[in-house]
Write a protein that binds this ligand. Structure first.
Ligand code: NAD
Length: 510
């Protein structure tokens, strides 16, 4: 079943759990995107001049609007994504923290910064950095978290003083649009708008923006990066993943089982940092698999209140999960839980696979579905080697009671984040950067002040500390004596490290 039907001028959004029509949106062409971009740019000048304190007031009012409308937004989100209620609620409530954090810190993070001097030539100068927002940020998002992935970048970009043109996924454009309605309803300056459509609309947003924040698949991210490279346009990419979980023999097994089950199946496995593959040390493998199987088999699936696992957003994603399972089974893997499509709607039963290895797509390609393949490994070394054997490098989890060991393992993993004895906890840690290594991304989001500075161009400013004369020693006209003095001073300053080392060597020889 396909959730979204496209025609040249309109997109139908259907409920993934039952195929019912939820809404229709226009397909915005390049002209429509450019018109919207021009309006946003005009309004952005006053927005930037208003300063962080004034902008933060609007951001807080918007957050309050979202929280007041949380029930309505959660209903709409469930309808267009097929999420179960608890999974949808996180989006409409917890995501507001991104707004609160950047509203509370924008003034501090955007203040001019004094910088220490280094080197002789800059010694007589007062050095500072000032931050100037990019006028227009293009914000392109996927369908798995239509509100969270929008807010976690829209909040810092707006707080920085940018205008934001959002392009939500064509599969789930409705809730994001409603959240943007909220910005208008509170009467905020017209610096936030959205366009709807698929790849062509997204490409037009890339061309219209001064900075592109893209979240989506690695394949599309590559196209966006190439386009930005042609235009020398800054871009930040948050892409796909194949996150490993490492369960060591000294893990708290009860917690590891519950964490891996939730980390692999939350949001029907459609989370960029889902647990996508598990490596369990042989000593506890049998017990881990038995307990995980029991937990996963106990979960209920469906759209009704009280269910644990919801639908998948697209029929295409169900096909991918199904292909990964059937390819694995054909190559010798065993299904110990689930492993079937649902009878109706975009459902795939929560699945545990064993006897898997790295020749199988379920262990190497992003599944983005409710499947947990578990592999037995000899020891920690083998687990680390296999965890790093991936083109992706988004995040990982490590399960052990030994904290020092966990940190040691974490340092060896080629990923942008490691959660020890937990899953997803880096996602809402706004003071930490959220970035993917290898094919999982470029740049980062959040990370305290960095998450706001990325939406600004930085300007270096120098000014004389002391009263200045008509000309400096190094200026025109050149003369032999001035050049000789300048050369001596520059040599002395540049070679300071060298002369100190020479001095130390003399000391040693004595
Ligand atoms: P996708 O790449 O198909 O689409 C993402 C967005 O890009 C959509 O809005 C789409 O319309 C737009 N788009 C398509 N072609 C474009 C083009 N040429 N130029 C500009 N925009 C274009 O991804 P998806 O299937 O919607 O989302 C799933 C993927 O997103 C998974 O790979 C998942 O891992 C990834 N993801 C990553 C993160 C992260 O933070 N790293 C978070 C969530 C999802």
């Amino acid at each position: 079943m396909t959730t979204t039907t496209t025609s040249n001028s309109a997109l139908e959004v259907r409920n993934p759990s039952d195929g019912q029509l939820v809404g229709t949106v226009s397909v915005d062409d390049r002209d429509a995107v450019n018109r919207r971009a021009t309006q946003l740019r005009l309004a952005q000048r006053a927005w930037a001049e208003a300063g962080p304190r004034q902008r933060s007031k609007w951001l807080r009012l918007w957050r309050d609007w979202i929280l007041t409308h949380s029930d309505e937004l959660t209903d709409l989100l469930q309808a267009e994504t097929g999420k179960v209620r608890p999974d949808a609620l996180v989006e409409t409530t917890a995501s507001c923290e991104f707004i609160t954090y950047y509203a509370d810190h924008a003034e501090e993070f955007l203040a001019d910064e004094r910088v220490k001097t280094a080197g002789l030539l800059s010694l007589p100068k007062r050095l500072s950095k000032t931050y100037q927002p990019y006028p227009l940020v293009g914000l392109i998002t996927p369908w798995n978290f239509p509100i969270t992935l929008f807010l976690m970048d829209a909040a810092p970009a707006l707080a920085a003083g940018c205008a934001v043109l959002a392009k939500p996924s064509e599969e789930t454009p409705l809730t994001c649009a409603r959240v943007i309605d909220g910005w208008r309803e509170i009467g905020a300056p017209p610096v936030l708008a959205h366009v709807t459509g698929a790849g062509d609309t997204g490409a037009a947003v890339v061309d219209a923006a001064d900075f592109v924040q893209f979240t989506g698949s690695t394949a599309t991210g590559r196209q966006v990066a190439l386009r930005c490279a042609e235009q020398l346009k800054p871009v930040s990419l948050e892409l796909g993943g194949k996150d490993p979980a490492i369960v060591l023999e000294d893990a708290d097994l009860a917690r590891a089982v519950e964490g891996v089950a939730w980390g692999g199946l939350f949001n029907a496995g459609q989370v960029c940092i889902s647990v996508e593959r598990v490596y369990v040390v042989a000593a506890v493998y049998e017990e881990f698999v038995a307990r995980l199987t029991q937990r996963v088999q106990s979960l209920t699936q469906g759209a009704d209140a009280g269910n644990d696992v919801g639908a998948m957003v697209t029929a295409r994603q169900v096909d991918i999960a199904d292909r990964h399972v059937s390819e694995a089974v054909a190559a010798g893997a065993k299904v110990v839980a689930g492993g079937k499509r649902g009878a109706a709607g975009n459902y795939y039963t929560p699945t545990v696979l064993v006897d898997v290895d790295h020749t199988m797509s379920c262990m190497t390609e992003e599944t983005f579905g409710p499947t947990i393949p578990v592999m037995c490994v000899a020891d920690e070394e083998e687990a680390i080697r296999l965890a790093n054997d991936s083109t992706y490098g988004l995040s990982a989890t490590v399960w052990t009671r030994d904290r020092a060991r966990a940190r040691r393992v974490a340092r060896r993993l080629e990923v942008g984040a490691v959660n020890i004895n937990d899953v997803f906890s880096n996602l809402f840690a706004m003071t930490l950067p959220h970035s993917g290594w290898k094919a999982s991304g470029m740049g980062a989001r959040l990370g305290g002040a960095d998450g706001l500075h990325k939406y600004c161009r930085v300007r270096a400013v120098t000014e004389p500390r002391l009263p200045v004369r008509a000309r400096e020693l190094t200026w025109y006209p050149y003369s032999a004596w001035r050049t000789a003095i300048a050369a001596k001073m520059l040599r002395a300053a540049a070679g300071r490290g060298l002369s100190q080392r020479l001095g130390q060597n003399k000391e040693h020889r004595r």
